[in-house]
Design a protein around this ligand. Structure first.
Ligand code: HEM
Length: 447
């Protein structure tokens, strides 16, 4: 074969570059056509997630979608978006809506993708998912096991340890004029706590944090590159191998921490299989820290944008728990979750085929004026805050009280240690993701 360029390697490299450029041009032109079409069909309303200002204020789009139709099919994502609180709650609670994508036609596509990419482990885990992707009775079987590790009594007993972790993080930056709230506190805090609960060695912290960041590159990302998808798959498989090794090492003396309890449950037989055990560990590790990091970052950023409320909160720290609920409502770390129609059905007068995918917009529902008055106003004094930021119904977040305690202690300690905090970058960029909302860095000046 003749090469356009002087050697095979350069030829391959440049051809790949040209193809990927062409592909992205084609993608952009198809995307723009879809946006145009959607605008036409929906009277100007469109989920244009590539628009310059979308990440800055996605709520404007969700509000317009809700006003146009509370359940709106978006061409750009090929999903039905549910932005009304009443419907969102119903979908999260109602058995007619399922989380188990193995049951629907979309599963075949996913299986093929895993096979094509040589992702055997991902395929195996896809067939044995974590509770987040299981319907009853399997969901209830695994959730019951995990709940033992998250009783209110146990989580409350962790308070002194959590305070110690926050103090250690802030000690490290004590003499610095500025610090990165995300790297120096919001990221390590929940990661250290969940690693302790699970009995994972401290020395692995940096490694599993890096893996979990890579893994999320493949979940809900906007404009995710081929390299990111590969990185995400590699990280997924590395994490499964990591848990496989840890669990194998600990078989003879499982111990009393979370992983120890799961090993005992697996050995007792019918409670969970070994693949489900890996999936559970992975879910807890990722869910246990990626979200709380974002809650702390989004929360402090929102306070900086509302200086009067920041000042009021500093002087009235008993308001912190209510302020955290308002932060969760106003800038939720998880923006959406997916449900499928279990069977052909009629819902809110429209017919849907079995397997139809709905994006339940947590961010959109939290801003529904029928749920909260003046929903676009951030108000730490708001009464009776309604949000679904921890989900709703049978899959409601197991770690909600842990996240609440971690973030409360983080805010209390920040206020206790620093009389003055200032945001150095006035317009930090939001991560480009439709599911997870947050910052990679937030540089603060402290005194
Ligand atoms: C601010 C922090 C957090 C947020 C915003 C959050 C959000 C959520 C949401 C929205 C769901 C429901 C997903 C769905 O219905 O599809 C969920 C489920 C879950 N979360 Fe969290 N989460 C947080 C912290 C945590 C922590 C700290 C842990 C564990 C240590 C955790 C573990 C889980 C688990 C295991 C589930 C699955 C429950 C089930 O399927 O039954 N989360 N979370």
């Amino acid at each position: 074969m003749k090469y356009l360029f002087p050697c095979k390697k350069i030829h391959k490299y440049l051809m790949n570059k040209i193809f990927s450029k062409l592909k992205s041009l084609l993608f952009m032109s198809a995307y723009k056509t879809l946006v145009g079409f959607e605008k036409l069909v929906n009277k100007g309303v469109v989920l244009d997630f590539l628009a310059d200002d979308f990440m800055e204020d996605p709520y404007k789009t969700y509000n317009s979608m809700r006003m146009h139709k509370p359940i709106l099919f978006s061409q750009t994502t090929r999903l039905h978006w549910v932005t009304k609180m009443e419907f969102a709650q119903e979908m999260l609670r109602d058995k007619r809506f399922s989380v188990d994508d193995r049951k629907y036609p979309i599963a075949e596509k996913r299986r093929k993708e895993f096979k094509k990419a040589g992702r055997e482990i991902m395929l195996e885990q896809f067939e044995n998912p974590s509770m987040l992707k299981l319907d009853p009775p399997d969901h209830s079987r695994i959730r019951k096991l995990v709940q033992y590790g998250f009783t209110n009594r146990y989580i409350t007993s962790l308070e002194p340890e959590i305070k110690q972790v926050v103090d250690d993080c802030l000690d490290k930056i004590h003499n610095q004029e500025s610090f990165d709230l995300i790297e120096d506190l919001a990221k390590p805090l929940p990661a250290i706590v969940i690693a302790k609960m699970m009995g994972l060695p401290d020395r692995d912290l940096n490694q599993f944090q890096a893996w979990s960041e890579d893994l999320l590159l493949g979940v809900g990302g906007i404009g995710t590159s081929k390299e990111d998808v590969k990185k995400s798959g590699d990280a997924y498989e590395a994490l499964i191998h990591y848990f496989e090794e840890i669990i194998l090492k600990r078989k003879d003396s499982p111990g009393d921490d979370f992983i120890g309890k799961l090993i005992q449950a697996e050995e007792e037989g019918d409670k969970l299989n070994v693949k489900e055990m890996y999936g559970t560990c992975l879910l807890l590790l990722i869910a246990g820290h990626e979200t709380t990091t974002r809650l702390i970052g989004n929360g402090i950023y929102t306070l900086f944008n509302h200086p009067d409320q920041m000042a009021h909160l500093k002087d009235n720290q008993e308001l912190i728990p209510n302020a955290i609920e308002e932060m969760l409502r106003y800038e939720p770390p998880v923006h959406a979750t997916v449900r499928f129609a279990e069977n052909d059905m009629t819902y809110n007068t429209k017919s849907y085929k079995r397997g139809t995918a709905f994006a339940v917009s947590i961010a959109g529902a939290n801003r529904d004026p029928d749920a909260n008055a003046n929903p676009d106003v951030f108000n730490i004094l708001r009464d009776d805050i309604k949000h679904i930021s921890f989900g709703y119904g049978p899959h409601m977040c197991i770690g909600a009280s842990l996240a609440r305690i971690e973030s409360r202690i983080a805010f209390e300690t920040l206020f206790e240690r620093f009389s003055h905090l200032e945001l150095l970058d006035q317009k930090p960029s939001w991560g480009k993701n439709l599911i997870f909302r947050g910052f990679d860095h937030l540089n603060l000046k402290a005194s």
